[in-house]
Design a protein around this ligand. Structure first.
Ligand code: NAP
Length: 502
Protein backbone atom coordinates (compact mmCIF):
# COMPACT_ATOMS: atom_id res chain seq x y z
CA UNK A 1 0.00 0.00 0.00
CA UNK A 2 1.43 3.44 -0.97
CA UNK A 3 1.53 6.35 1.47
CA UNK A 4 -1.50 8.11 -0.03
CA UNK A 5 -3.58 4.92 -0.05
CA UNK A 6 -2.88 4.72 3.65
CA UNK A 7 -4.20 8.24 3.92
CA UNK A 8 -7.53 7.26 2.39
CA UNK A 9 -7.93 4.46 4.91
CA UNK A 10 -7.07 6.75 7.81
CA UNK A 11 -9.43 9.47 6.63
CA UNK A 12 -12.32 7.03 6.52
CA UNK A 13 -11.55 5.91 10.04
CA UNK A 14 -11.08 9.32 11.63
CA UNK A 15 -13.51 11.45 9.64
CA UNK A 16 -13.02 14.41 7.31
CA UNK A 17 -11.89 16.86 10.01
CA UNK A 18 -8.59 15.05 10.24
CA UNK A 19 -8.13 14.86 6.46
CA UNK A 20 -6.08 18.08 6.38
CA UNK A 21 -3.67 16.87 9.03
CA UNK A 22 -3.46 13.48 7.43
CA UNK A 23 -2.49 14.70 3.95
CA UNK A 24 0.19 16.89 5.46
CA UNK A 25 1.53 14.08 7.64
CA UNK A 26 1.72 11.77 4.62
CA UNK A 27 4.25 13.99 2.84
CA UNK A 28 7.99 13.52 3.39
CA UNK A 29 9.56 16.70 4.76
CA UNK A 30 13.17 15.92 3.87
CA UNK A 31 15.34 16.47 0.82
CA UNK A 32 15.30 13.78 -1.89
CA UNK A 33 18.81 13.05 -3.12
CA UNK A 34 20.03 9.99 -5.01
CA UNK A 35 16.81 8.08 -4.37
CA UNK A 36 16.82 8.66 -0.62
CA UNK A 37 15.01 11.04 1.72
CA UNK A 38 17.52 12.79 3.92
CA UNK A 39 17.82 15.66 6.38
CA UNK A 40 19.34 18.97 5.39
CA UNK A 41 23.04 19.41 6.17
CA UNK A 42 22.16 22.80 7.66
CA UNK A 43 19.97 21.19 10.32
CA UNK A 44 17.45 23.94 9.58
CA UNK A 45 13.84 23.70 8.48
CA UNK A 46 11.51 26.18 6.86
CA UNK A 47 7.84 26.75 7.72
CA UNK A 48 5.02 26.19 5.24
CA UNK A 49 2.01 28.44 5.89
CA UNK A 50 -1.66 28.19 5.08
CA UNK A 51 -2.35 31.53 3.33
CA UNK A 52 -6.00 31.41 4.39
CA UNK A 53 -5.11 31.49 8.10
CA UNK A 54 -1.47 32.49 8.29
CA UNK A 55 -0.87 29.40 10.44
CA UNK A 56 2.14 27.16 10.00
CA UNK A 57 1.09 23.81 8.50
CA UNK A 58 4.43 22.05 8.94
CA UNK A 59 8.16 22.51 8.45
CA UNK A 60 10.28 21.07 5.65
CA UNK A 61 14.04 20.67 5.29
CA UNK A 62 15.93 23.86 4.44
CA UNK A 63 18.77 22.90 2.09
CA UNK A 64 22.15 24.60 2.09
CA UNK A 65 24.96 24.80 -0.48
CA UNK A 66 26.36 21.38 0.48
CA UNK A 67 22.98 19.71 -0.16
CA UNK A 68 22.74 21.45 -3.52
CA UNK A 69 26.09 20.05 -4.57
CA UNK A 70 25.14 16.57 -3.32
CA UNK A 71 21.99 16.73 -5.46
CA UNK A 72 24.08 17.80 -8.44
CA UNK A 73 26.56 14.95 -7.89
CA UNK A 74 23.67 12.47 -7.82
CA UNK A 75 22.12 13.85 -11.02
CA UNK A 76 25.47 13.81 -12.81
CA UNK A 77 26.25 10.25 -11.67
CA UNK A 78 22.88 8.94 -12.88
CA UNK A 79 22.92 10.71 -16.27
CA UNK A 80 24.75 8.10 -18.36
CA UNK A 81 22.61 5.13 -17.31
CA UNK A 82 19.39 7.10 -17.53
CA UNK A 83 20.13 8.26 -21.06
CA UNK A 84 20.63 4.60 -21.99
CA UNK A 85 17.21 3.51 -20.69
CA UNK A 86 14.87 2.37 -23.42
CA UNK A 87 12.58 5.25 -24.39
CA UNK A 88 9.59 2.96 -23.85
CA UNK A 89 10.70 2.31 -20.26
CA UNK A 90 11.04 6.05 -19.59
CA UNK A 91 7.58 6.54 -21.06
CA UNK A 92 6.10 3.75 -18.93
CA UNK A 93 7.39 5.37 -15.74
CA UNK A 94 5.70 8.62 -16.71
CA UNK A 95 2.51 6.74 -17.63
CA UNK A 96 2.42 5.07 -14.21
CA UNK A 97 3.03 8.41 -12.48
CA UNK A 98 0.18 9.92 -14.56
CA UNK A 99 -2.18 7.25 -13.25
CA UNK A 100 -1.02 7.63 -9.65
CA UNK A 101 -1.62 11.38 -9.82
CA UNK A 102 -5.19 10.80 -10.98
CA UNK A 103 -5.79 8.06 -8.41
CA UNK A 104 -4.71 10.40 -5.61
CA UNK A 105 -6.16 13.61 -7.05
CA UNK A 106 -8.46 14.31 -4.10
CA UNK A 107 -5.70 14.19 -1.49
CA UNK A 108 -3.21 16.03 -3.67
CA UNK A 109 -5.79 18.76 -4.35
CA UNK A 110 -6.42 19.24 -0.64
CA UNK A 111 -2.69 19.40 0.00
CA UNK A 112 -2.27 22.05 -2.69
CA UNK A 113 -5.16 24.12 -1.35
CA UNK A 114 -3.67 24.06 2.12
CA UNK A 115 -0.27 25.36 1.06
CA UNK A 116 -1.31 27.65 -1.79
CA UNK A 117 -4.91 28.71 -1.14
CA UNK A 118 -6.75 28.03 -4.41
CA UNK A 119 -10.22 26.44 -4.09
CA UNK A 120 -10.11 22.64 -3.89
CA UNK A 121 -12.02 22.22 -7.16
CA UNK A 122 -9.42 24.34 -8.95
CA UNK A 123 -6.61 22.47 -7.25
CA UNK A 124 -8.11 19.22 -8.51
CA UNK A 125 -8.24 20.72 -11.99
CA UNK A 126 -4.54 21.49 -11.66
CA UNK A 127 -3.75 17.90 -10.64
CA UNK A 128 -5.47 16.64 -13.80
CA UNK A 129 -3.70 19.25 -15.92
CA UNK A 130 -0.38 18.36 -14.26
CA UNK A 131 -0.94 14.63 -14.84
CA UNK A 132 -1.65 15.28 -18.53
CA UNK A 133 1.93 16.50 -19.01
CA UNK A 134 3.13 13.07 -17.89
CA UNK A 135 0.71 11.31 -20.25
CA UNK A 136 1.70 13.55 -23.15
CA UNK A 137 5.44 13.14 -22.59
CA UNK A 138 5.07 9.39 -21.95
CA UNK A 139 3.84 9.31 -25.55
CA UNK A 140 6.58 11.65 -26.81
CA UNK A 141 9.41 9.62 -25.21
CA UNK A 142 9.15 7.06 -28.02
CA UNK A 143 8.96 9.63 -30.82
CA UNK A 144 12.43 11.15 -30.47
CA UNK A 145 13.61 10.90 -34.04
CA UNK A 146 16.51 11.91 -36.25
CA UNK A 147 17.26 12.30 -39.93
CA UNK A 148 19.20 10.94 -42.86
CA UNK A 149 19.82 13.02 -45.97
CA UNK A 150 21.95 13.16 -49.06
CA UNK A 151 24.28 16.17 -49.26
CA UNK A 152 23.27 18.60 -52.04
CA UNK A 153 26.33 17.69 -54.11
CA UNK A 154 25.51 13.98 -53.76
CA UNK A 155 28.93 13.22 -52.29
CA UNK A 156 28.10 12.51 -48.70
CA UNK A 157 25.33 11.85 -46.24
CA UNK A 158 23.99 13.76 -43.25
CA UNK A 159 22.97 11.84 -40.18
CA UNK A 160 21.08 13.80 -37.50
CA UNK A 161 20.45 12.40 -34.04
CA UNK A 162 18.84 13.80 -30.90
CA UNK A 163 20.38 13.14 -27.51
CA UNK A 164 19.51 14.23 -23.96
CA UNK A 165 20.94 17.63 -23.04
CA UNK A 166 22.33 16.23 -19.77
CA UNK A 167 21.67 17.07 -16.13
CA UNK A 168 19.11 19.87 -15.77
CA UNK A 169 18.25 22.38 -13.07
CA UNK A 170 14.51 23.06 -12.81
CA UNK A 171 13.11 25.92 -10.70
CA UNK A 172 9.36 26.43 -10.24
CA UNK A 173 7.01 29.08 -8.75
CA UNK A 174 4.30 28.83 -6.08
CA UNK A 175 1.23 29.65 -8.19
CA UNK A 176 0.85 26.24 -9.90
CA UNK A 177 2.85 24.05 -7.51
CA UNK A 178 2.18 20.76 -9.30
CA UNK A 179 1.70 21.64 -12.97
CA UNK A 180 4.80 23.82 -13.28
CA UNK A 181 6.74 20.82 -11.96
CA UNK A 182 5.28 18.18 -14.29
CA UNK A 183 5.53 20.55 -17.29
CA UNK A 184 9.31 20.43 -16.84
CA UNK A 185 9.80 16.96 -15.35
CA UNK A 186 7.70 15.25 -18.04
CA UNK A 187 9.86 16.27 -21.01
CA UNK A 188 13.14 16.02 -19.04
CA UNK A 189 12.40 12.44 -17.97
CA UNK A 190 11.09 11.50 -21.43
CA UNK A 191 14.22 12.90 -23.09
CA UNK A 192 16.57 10.99 -20.77
CA UNK A 193 17.81 13.89 -18.65
CA UNK A 194 18.44 13.71 -14.92
CA UNK A 195 17.32 16.68 -12.83
CA UNK A 196 17.70 18.74 -9.71
CA UNK A 197 14.43 20.52 -9.01
CA UNK A 198 13.70 23.34 -6.59
CA UNK A 199 10.04 24.13 -5.86
CA UNK A 200 9.01 27.50 -4.44
CA UNK A 201 9.63 28.02 -0.75
CA UNK A 202 5.95 28.79 -0.09
CA UNK A 203 4.59 25.62 -1.74
CA UNK A 204 7.05 22.72 -1.40
CA UNK A 205 4.53 20.07 -0.31
CA UNK A 206 3.01 19.35 -3.74
CA UNK A 207 6.47 18.69 -5.20
CA UNK A 208 7.41 16.47 -2.26
CA UNK A 209 4.21 14.44 -2.80
CA UNK A 210 4.99 14.21 -6.52
CA UNK A 211 8.47 12.94 -5.71
CA UNK A 212 6.96 10.01 -3.81
CA UNK A 213 4.76 9.24 -6.80
CA UNK A 214 7.66 9.26 -9.28
CA UNK A 215 9.70 7.01 -7.00
CA UNK A 216 6.75 4.63 -6.70
CA UNK A 217 6.34 4.71 -10.49
CA UNK A 218 9.87 3.31 -10.78
CA UNK A 219 12.09 6.31 -11.47
CA UNK A 220 15.66 5.13 -10.75
CA UNK A 221 17.73 6.71 -7.96
CA UNK A 222 19.55 9.89 -8.93
CA UNK A 223 17.27 10.81 -11.85
CA UNK A 224 15.18 13.15 -9.70
CA UNK A 225 16.72 15.17 -6.86
CA UNK A 226 14.58 17.62 -4.91
CA UNK A 227 15.80 20.58 -2.86
CA UNK A 228 13.61 22.77 -0.69
CA UNK A 229 15.36 25.87 0.56
CA UNK A 230 14.75 29.33 1.99
CA UNK A 231 17.95 30.54 0.38
CA UNK A 232 17.47 30.00 -3.37
CA UNK A 233 20.18 32.34 -4.69
CA UNK A 234 23.19 31.02 -2.73
CA UNK A 235 22.06 27.37 -3.10
CA UNK A 236 21.31 27.52 -6.84
CA UNK A 237 24.19 29.65 -8.09
CA UNK A 238 26.98 27.13 -7.38
CA UNK A 239 25.03 24.52 -9.37
CA UNK A 240 24.57 26.87 -12.31
CA UNK A 241 28.23 27.88 -12.31
CA UNK A 242 29.55 24.35 -11.68
CA UNK A 243 29.67 23.43 -15.36
CA UNK A 244 28.10 19.98 -15.06
CA UNK A 245 24.49 21.21 -15.24
CA UNK A 246 23.76 21.59 -18.95
CA UNK A 247 20.40 23.30 -18.85
CA UNK A 248 18.20 25.53 -16.67
CA UNK A 249 14.45 25.54 -17.03
CA UNK A 250 12.87 28.27 -14.93
CA UNK A 251 9.31 29.47 -14.37
CA UNK A 252 8.87 32.60 -12.29
CA UNK A 253 9.29 36.34 -12.40
CA UNK A 254 11.13 38.19 -15.12
CA UNK A 255 13.40 39.78 -12.50
CA UNK A 256 14.68 36.40 -11.25
CA UNK A 257 14.76 35.04 -14.82
CA UNK A 258 17.23 37.78 -15.76
CA UNK A 259 19.51 36.89 -12.83
CA UNK A 260 19.49 33.23 -13.89
CA UNK A 261 20.14 34.09 -17.55
CA UNK A 262 23.17 36.12 -16.49
CA UNK A 263 24.45 33.25 -14.33
CA UNK A 264 23.80 30.73 -17.12
CA UNK A 265 25.94 32.78 -19.49
CA UNK A 266 29.06 31.84 -17.52
CA UNK A 267 28.95 28.22 -18.70
CA UNK A 268 26.79 28.89 -21.81
CA UNK A 269 23.91 26.75 -20.55
CA UNK A 270 20.79 25.95 -22.53
CA UNK A 271 17.91 27.93 -20.97
CA UNK A 272 14.12 27.85 -20.99
CA UNK A 273 12.50 30.81 -19.29
CA UNK A 274 8.77 31.04 -18.58
CA UNK A 275 8.50 34.52 -17.10
CA UNK A 276 5.98 37.19 -16.22
CA UNK A 277 3.02 38.35 -18.29
CA UNK A 278 0.79 41.39 -18.73
CA UNK A 279 -2.02 39.97 -20.86
CA UNK A 280 -4.31 42.35 -22.74
CA UNK A 281 -7.92 41.21 -23.18
CA UNK A 282 -9.54 42.74 -26.27
CA UNK A 283 -13.32 42.78 -26.75
CA UNK A 284 -14.53 44.13 -30.11
CA UNK A 285 -18.03 45.48 -30.84
CA UNK A 286 -18.75 42.37 -32.90
CA UNK A 287 -17.87 39.92 -30.09
CA UNK A 288 -20.36 37.46 -28.66
CA UNK A 289 -20.64 39.11 -25.22
CA UNK A 290 -21.66 35.90 -23.44
CA UNK A 291 -18.49 34.24 -24.72
CA UNK A 292 -16.40 37.32 -23.87
CA UNK A 293 -17.68 37.54 -20.29
CA UNK A 294 -17.17 33.80 -19.78
CA UNK A 295 -13.64 34.15 -21.17
CA UNK A 296 -12.99 37.14 -18.90
CA UNK A 297 -14.07 35.20 -15.83
CA UNK A 298 -11.74 32.36 -16.74
CA UNK A 299 -8.79 34.60 -17.61
CA UNK A 300 -9.24 36.83 -14.56
CA UNK A 301 -10.46 34.67 -11.69
CA UNK A 302 -8.64 31.37 -12.34
CA UNK A 303 -6.10 31.00 -9.55
CA UNK A 304 -7.44 34.25 -7.95
CA UNK A 305 -5.72 36.11 -10.80
CA UNK A 306 -2.34 34.79 -9.64
CA UNK A 307 -1.42 33.40 -13.05
CA UNK A 308 1.13 34.53 -15.61
CA UNK A 309 -1.70 34.14 -18.14
CA UNK A 310 -4.16 36.26 -16.12
CA UNK A 311 -5.91 39.00 -18.09
CA UNK A 312 -4.22 42.12 -16.74
CA UNK A 313 -5.74 44.84 -18.95
CA UNK A 314 -9.25 44.80 -20.43
CA UNK A 315 -9.73 46.90 -23.59
CA UNK A 316 -13.37 47.02 -24.66
CA UNK A 317 -14.66 48.75 -27.80
CA UNK A 318 -16.96 51.69 -27.09
CA UNK A 319 -20.17 50.13 -28.46
CA UNK A 320 -20.16 47.26 -25.94
CA UNK A 321 -18.05 48.71 -23.13
CA UNK A 322 -20.86 49.57 -20.75
CA UNK A 323 -22.73 46.29 -21.24
CA UNK A 324 -19.53 44.22 -20.89
CA UNK A 325 -18.64 46.11 -17.69
CA UNK A 326 -22.13 45.59 -16.28
CA UNK A 327 -22.14 41.84 -16.97
CA UNK A 328 -18.59 41.28 -15.75
CA UNK A 329 -19.34 43.23 -12.56
CA UNK A 330 -22.42 41.18 -11.82
CA UNK A 331 -20.51 37.90 -12.30
CA UNK A 332 -17.50 39.05 -10.25
CA UNK A 333 -19.67 40.40 -7.40
CA UNK A 334 -21.35 37.03 -6.86
CA UNK A 335 -18.10 35.06 -6.37
CA UNK A 336 -17.73 33.63 -2.88
CA UNK A 337 -14.44 34.55 -1.19
CA UNK A 338 -13.02 32.31 1.53
CA UNK A 339 -10.83 29.41 2.51
CA UNK A 340 -10.34 27.13 -0.49
CA UNK A 341 -11.60 24.11 1.44
CA UNK A 342 -15.06 25.66 2.01
CA UNK A 343 -18.01 24.66 -0.14
CA UNK A 344 -18.75 27.06 -3.01
CA UNK A 345 -15.64 29.24 -2.56
CA UNK A 346 -14.36 30.55 -5.89
CA UNK A 347 -11.75 33.04 -4.67
CA UNK A 348 -9.24 31.86 -2.08
CA UNK A 349 -6.58 33.95 -0.35
CA UNK A 350 -3.66 35.54 -2.16
CA UNK A 351 -0.32 33.99 -1.34
CA UNK A 352 0.91 36.48 1.28
CA UNK A 353 0.71 39.98 2.70
CA UNK A 354 3.08 41.37 0.07
CA UNK A 355 0.69 40.18 -2.65
CA UNK A 356 -2.20 41.99 -0.95
CA UNK A 357 -0.12 45.14 -0.44
CA UNK A 358 0.77 45.20 -4.15
CA UNK A 359 -2.88 44.87 -5.24
CA UNK A 360 -3.95 47.59 -2.78
CA UNK A 361 -1.24 49.91 -4.11
CA UNK A 362 -2.16 49.33 -7.75
CA UNK A 363 -5.88 49.89 -7.12
CA UNK A 364 -5.12 53.08 -5.15
CA UNK A 365 -2.92 54.32 -7.99
CA UNK A 366 -5.65 53.67 -10.59
CA UNK A 367 -8.47 55.26 -8.57
CA UNK A 368 -6.32 58.30 -7.77
CA UNK A 369 -5.92 58.74 -11.51
CA UNK A 370 -9.68 58.64 -12.10
CA UNK A 371 -10.68 54.96 -12.29
CA UNK A 372 -14.12 54.11 -10.89
CA UNK A 373 -14.80 51.05 -8.73
CA UNK A 374 -17.74 48.96 -10.00
CA UNK A 375 -17.34 46.25 -7.37
CA UNK A 376 -14.80 45.29 -4.69
CA UNK A 377 -11.82 47.56 -4.27
CA UNK A 378 -11.28 47.32 -0.52
CA UNK A 379 -9.45 44.78 1.60
CA UNK A 380 -11.15 42.00 3.55
CA UNK A 381 -10.39 41.56 7.26
CA UNK A 382 -7.98 38.75 8.22
CA UNK A 383 -6.86 36.28 9.24
CA UNK A 384 -5.53 35.19 5.89
CA UNK A 385 -4.64 37.24 2.84
CA UNK A 386 -7.94 37.92 1.07
CA UNK A 387 -8.82 40.47 -1.62
CA UNK A 388 -12.33 40.66 -3.11
CA UNK A 389 -13.13 40.32 -6.83
CA UNK A 390 -12.86 43.86 -8.18
CA UNK A 391 -13.86 45.60 -11.41
CA UNK A 392 -12.56 49.07 -12.26
CA UNK A 393 -13.66 51.17 -15.20
CA UNK A 394 -12.27 54.31 -16.88
CA UNK A 395 -8.78 53.14 -15.99
CA UNK A 396 -6.25 55.51 -17.55
CA UNK A 397 -3.80 53.82 -19.94
CA UNK A 398 -0.81 55.07 -17.96
CA UNK A 399 -2.00 53.62 -14.63
CA UNK A 400 0.62 51.36 -13.00
CA UNK A 401 -1.62 48.30 -13.35
CA UNK A 402 -1.34 48.66 -17.12
CA UNK A 403 2.40 48.02 -16.89
CA UNK A 404 2.76 45.64 -13.91
CA UNK A 405 1.32 42.22 -13.17
CA UNK A 406 -1.61 42.69 -10.77
CA UNK A 407 -1.57 39.04 -9.64
CA UNK A 408 -4.96 39.40 -7.95
CA UNK A 409 -8.69 39.30 -8.84
CA UNK A 410 -8.83 42.85 -10.21
CA UNK A 411 -10.19 43.61 -13.71
CA UNK A 412 -9.32 47.10 -15.00
CA UNK A 413 -11.39 48.17 -18.03
CA UNK A 414 -10.57 50.91 -20.51
CA UNK A 415 -12.46 51.83 -23.65
CA UNK A 416 -11.06 51.95 -27.20
CA UNK A 417 -12.37 53.05 -30.59
CA UNK A 418 -10.21 51.60 -33.37
CA UNK A 419 -8.34 48.40 -34.11
CA UNK A 420 -5.04 50.23 -34.67
CA UNK A 421 -5.42 52.07 -31.38
CA UNK A 422 -6.04 48.91 -29.35
CA UNK A 423 -3.23 46.95 -30.98
CA UNK A 424 -0.80 49.76 -30.19
CA UNK A 425 -2.01 49.79 -26.56
CA UNK A 426 -1.90 45.99 -26.24
CA UNK A 427 1.66 45.81 -27.58
CA UNK A 428 2.89 48.72 -25.45
CA UNK A 429 4.57 46.48 -22.86
CA UNK A 430 7.87 44.69 -22.43
CA UNK A 431 5.92 41.46 -21.84
CA UNK A 432 4.49 39.15 -24.51
CA UNK A 433 3.12 35.96 -22.99
CA UNK A 434 -0.55 35.81 -24.01
CA UNK A 435 -3.22 38.09 -25.46
CA UNK A 436 -6.97 37.45 -25.57
CA UNK A 437 -9.15 38.52 -28.51
CA UNK A 438 -12.94 38.37 -28.69
CA UNK A 439 -14.57 38.93 -32.09
CA UNK A 440 -16.87 36.99 -34.41
CA UNK A 441 -15.27 38.50 -37.52
CA UNK A 442 -12.85 35.94 -38.95
CA UNK A 443 -10.82 38.53 -40.85
CA UNK A 444 -10.37 40.65 -37.78
CA UNK A 445 -9.58 37.57 -35.67
CA UNK A 446 -6.67 36.54 -37.88
CA UNK A 447 -5.46 40.08 -38.61
CA UNK A 448 -5.34 40.99 -34.92
CA UNK A 449 -3.82 37.63 -33.91
CA UNK A 450 -0.99 38.22 -36.38
CA UNK A 451 -0.32 41.74 -35.13
CA UNK A 452 -0.31 41.08 -31.38
CA UNK A 453 3.16 40.59 -29.90
CA UNK A 454 2.57 37.48 -27.80
CA UNK A 455 3.64 33.87 -27.73
CA UNK A 456 0.02 32.77 -27.36
CA UNK A 457 -3.40 34.13 -28.33
CA UNK A 458 -6.69 33.15 -26.71
CA UNK A 459 -9.14 33.65 -29.58
CA UNK A 460 -12.69 33.66 -28.17
CA UNK A 461 -11.42 31.72 -25.16
CA UNK A 462 -10.01 32.69 -21.78
CA UNK A 463 -7.87 29.56 -21.40
CA UNK A 464 -4.82 28.74 -23.53
CA UNK A 465 -2.95 26.24 -21.33
CA UNK A 466 -2.92 22.72 -22.72
CA UNK A 467 -0.19 20.08 -22.34
CA UNK A 468 -0.45 19.25 -26.04
CA UNK A 469 0.15 22.88 -27.13
CA UNK A 470 3.35 24.96 -27.14
CA UNK A 471 3.20 27.30 -24.11
CA UNK A 472 5.55 30.26 -23.87
CA UNK A 473 6.16 33.93 -24.41
CA UNK A 474 8.07 36.47 -26.48
CA UNK A 475 9.86 39.66 -25.41
CA UNK A 476 10.56 39.66 -21.65
CA UNK A 477 8.00 36.91 -21.05
CA UNK A 478 10.54 34.29 -21.86
CA UNK A 479 12.58 32.01 -24.04
CA UNK A 480 11.52 28.55 -25.23
CA UNK A 481 8.27 26.58 -25.13
CA UNK A 482 6.81 23.98 -22.81
CA UNK A 483 4.29 21.32 -23.83
CA UNK A 484 3.30 20.21 -27.31
CA UNK A 485 5.60 18.50 -29.80
CA UNK A 486 8.21 21.18 -29.23
CA UNK A 487 8.31 20.67 -25.42
CA UNK A 488 10.71 17.73 -25.53
CA UNK A 489 13.06 19.51 -27.96
CA UNK A 490 14.03 21.83 -25.12
CA UNK A 491 15.69 18.85 -23.41
CA UNK A 492 17.40 17.41 -26.49
CA UNK A 493 20.60 18.34 -28.28
CA UNK A 494 20.92 17.87 -32.02
CA UNK A 495 24.02 16.05 -33.17
CA UNK A 496 24.92 15.99 -36.85
CA UNK A 497 27.23 13.37 -38.28
CA UNK A 498 28.80 14.18 -41.64
CA UNK A 499 29.14 10.84 -43.41
CA UNK A 500 31.77 10.49 -46.09
CA UNK A 501 30.59 7.96 -48.64
CA UNK A 502 32.79 6.61 -51.39
P1 NAP B 1 9.91 34.22 -8.36
O1 NAP B 1 10.02 35.07 -7.18
O2 NAP B 1 10.68 34.57 -9.56
O3 NAP B 1 10.24 32.74 -7.89
C1 NAP B 1 10.22 31.64 -8.75
C2 NAP B 1 11.19 30.59 -8.25
O4 NAP B 1 12.51 31.09 -8.32
C3 NAP B 1 10.96 30.20 -6.80
O5 NAP B 1 11.22 28.83 -6.67
C4 NAP B 1 12.00 31.03 -6.08
O6 NAP B 1 12.37 30.52 -4.82
C5 NAP B 1 13.13 30.95 -7.06
N1 NAP B 1 14.13 31.99 -6.89
C6 NAP B 1 13.99 33.24 -6.38
N2 NAP B 1 15.15 33.91 -6.43
C7 NAP B 1 16.08 33.05 -6.95
C8 NAP B 1 17.46 33.15 -7.25
N3 NAP B 1 18.17 34.26 -7.02
N4 NAP B 1 18.08 32.08 -7.79
C9 NAP B 1 17.41 30.95 -8.04
N5 NAP B 1 16.09 30.80 -7.78
C10 NAP B 1 15.42 31.84 -7.26
O7 NAP B 1 8.41 34.11 -8.88
P2 NAP B 1 7.10 33.77 -8.05
O8 NAP B 1 6.67 34.98 -7.31
O9 NAP B 1 7.29 32.49 -7.30
O10 NAP B 1 6.07 33.44 -9.23
C11 NAP B 1 5.30 34.42 -9.83
C12 NAP B 1 5.90 34.83 -11.16
O11 NAP B 1 6.02 33.68 -11.99
C13 NAP B 1 5.01 35.78 -11.91
O12 NAP B 1 5.80 36.78 -12.51
C14 NAP B 1 4.38 34.90 -12.98
O13 NAP B 1 3.96 35.60 -14.11
C15 NAP B 1 5.48 33.95 -13.27
N6 NAP B 1 4.96 32.71 -13.88
C16 NAP B 1 5.21 32.50 -15.20
C17 NAP B 1 4.69 31.38 -15.82
C18 NAP B 1 4.94 31.13 -17.28
O14 NAP B 1 4.76 30.00 -17.71
N7 NAP B 1 5.37 32.11 -18.06
C19 NAP B 1 3.94 30.45 -15.09
C20 NAP B 1 3.70 30.70 -13.73
C21 NAP B 1 4.23 31.86 -13.14
P3 NAP B 1 11.62 31.08 -3.51
O15 NAP B 1 10.27 30.53 -3.55
O16 NAP B 1 12.42 30.58 -2.37
O17 NAP B 1 11.64 32.58 -3.58
Amino acid sequence: MGRMELVFAEVEERGVQSAEKTVIQAVHKELFIDGKWRASSTGRSLPVEDPSTGEVLCEVADAGVEDGLAALDAAVAAQKDWAAYAPRERGEILRRAYQLLLDRADDLALLMTLEMGKPVAEAKGEITYAAEFFRWFAEEAVRIDGGYATAPNGQGRFLVMRQPVGPCLLITPWNFPMAMGTRKLGPAIAAGCTVVIKPAEQTPLSMLALTDILAEAGLPAGVLNVLTTSDPGPVMEPLIKDGRIRKISFTGSTAVGKILLAQAADKVLRTSMELGGNAPFLVFDDADLDVAVEGAMMAKTRNMGEACTAANRFYVQRGVAQEFGRRLTSRMAELKVGRGTEEGVKIGPLIDNDAIAKVVELVADATAAGAKVLTGGSTVDGPGHFYPPTVLTDVPRDARMGREEIFGPVAPISVFDTEDEVIAAANDTEFGLVSYVFTTNINRALRVSERLEAGMIGLNTGLVSNPAAPFGGVKQSGVGREGGRIGIEEFLEVKYVAVGLS
